[in-house]
Design a protein around this ligand. Structure first.
Ligand code: 13P
Ligand code: SF4
Length: 354
């Protein structure tokens, strides 16, 4: 079992044997049994920077999902090896934009005569291929904690943004934070000819949103918000910007996982919170702040874990650490040179944002 004291002891021993050679990163959505072995925890932005700031570690064990491990590989030096304890830990949102689909989209934009006005902005939750496309076409990466700054920057470079692959983060940032209207946004559907859009619609749009979403955050609805407000009078609703626009519009606070944690840390005793993000994090925060008298509940009535984040469990972590301690490099995530060069350009533009 995951709480098996034997596994806990084995993880501890393998980590101790590896010493400075290993650095373990843990995303906030990871299980408690894994988080206890993380040298650092964070949102995608913080973890990308933390990985780059550890040149002495030969192995970066990334407890998170595939695109995060790829980004860590891109940002670390060539002799550092990034390890993902379970190779099946992907992200369904990242899978919604493939290199072929995005190349085809660029052709559609070119055909409509708008490509030269378009700056791509890609969410961190995308494959290295998509990041490379973004870098090649003068764009930047963003995360949920700097999407506003990334879009401000992009609109200084061009008149339109192609936002990949999360339509919700793109729409929420443009409309809620930047005062654009819903009519300024169009939705590009990669499964329809020409994205399901006319050349005229593309010419009229400021934000061209890719039709991708997160299935975990997609479960929260306006009803979840209304129900919780009825159930808990005075509750503050705090959600991740991957939620649908109507949910974000009805919430009191919106931000990345790191923002959610900071907001709850600063909240006064006696305050009540309903949180719209992944369940491992919400449960951990509810436990952590219970004795400070902060009441923290999950926004929806049903549970929703990110099933791919959850694939990294203690047995997989133990296996990865013990293999490394025995000199076997397992589950290395390595982005090819050509992709890395352009993806790095896009990631460095993000790191240089004001
Ligand atoms: P954060 O950037 O807020 O950590 O979010 C990453 C993610 O995958 C959210 O679903
Ligand atoms: Fe991807 Fe959603 Fe899981 Fe985040 S929560 S890793 S966006 S599937």
């Amino acid at each position: 079992s995951p709480s098996d004291p034997d596994l806990v002891e084995r993880a501890r021993a393998a980590k101790e044997k590896l010493g400075e050679k290993v650095f373990v990163l843990g995303h906030h959505y990871q299980r408690d049994e894994v988080i206890q072995f993380a040298d650092v925890t964070g949102d995608s932005f913080k973890l990308a920077k933390d990985a780059a700031a550890r040149p002495e570690a030969e192995y970066i064990v990334f407890c998170g999902v595939h695109f995060m491990a790829e980004s860590a590989d891109i940002l670390t030096s060539d002799d550092q090896k990034v390890v993902l304890p379970d190779l099946a830990a992907g992200c369904s949102m990242a899978d919604m934009a493939t290199a072929e689909q995005v190349a085809e989209c660029w052709d559609v934009l070119t055909e409509a005569g708008v490509a030269e006005q378009v700056v791509p902005v890609s969410y961190m939750n995308s494959s290295a291929d998509i990041k490379a496309f973004t870098g090649k076409h003068g764009g930047t990466i963003c995360t949920s904690s700097n999407a506003r700054r990334a879009l401000d920057w992009a609109f200084e470079q061009g008149e339109k943004v192609l936002f990949l692959p999360d339509q919700h983060l793109g729409r929420n940032t443009a409309v809620r934070d930047m005062g654009m209207s819903l009519d300024d946004c169009v939705l590009y559907n990669p499964h329809k000819p020409n994205g399901g859009l006319t050349a005229e619609e593309l010419r009229g749009a400021k934000m061209i949103l890719w039709r991708g979403h997160c299935s975990v955050h997609g479960r929260f609805s306006l009803d979840s918000v209304n129900d919780v407000r009825e159930r808990i009078p005075g509750v503050n609703v705090l959600v991740h910007p991957e939620c649908k626009h109507e949910v974000v519009a009805a919430a009191d606070y919106v931000g990345s996982t790191e923002y959610i944690i900071n907001t709850l840390e600063a909240a006064p005793a006696g305050s009540k919170w309903a949180i719209g993000t992944e369940l491992n994090l919400v449960r951990r925060l509810a436990n952590r702040f219970a004795d400070q008298g902060k009441e923290i509940v999950f926004l929806d009535k049903t549970v929703c874990f990110c099933s791919t984040m959850n694939r990294i469990d203690l047995p997989h972590l133990v296996w990865a650490l013990e293999s490394l301690a025995e000199g076997n490099l397992v589950n290395r995530i390595e982005v090819d040179k050509e992709t890395e060069t352009f993806a790095k350009l896009a990631l460095e533009r993000m790191l240089a944002l004001p």
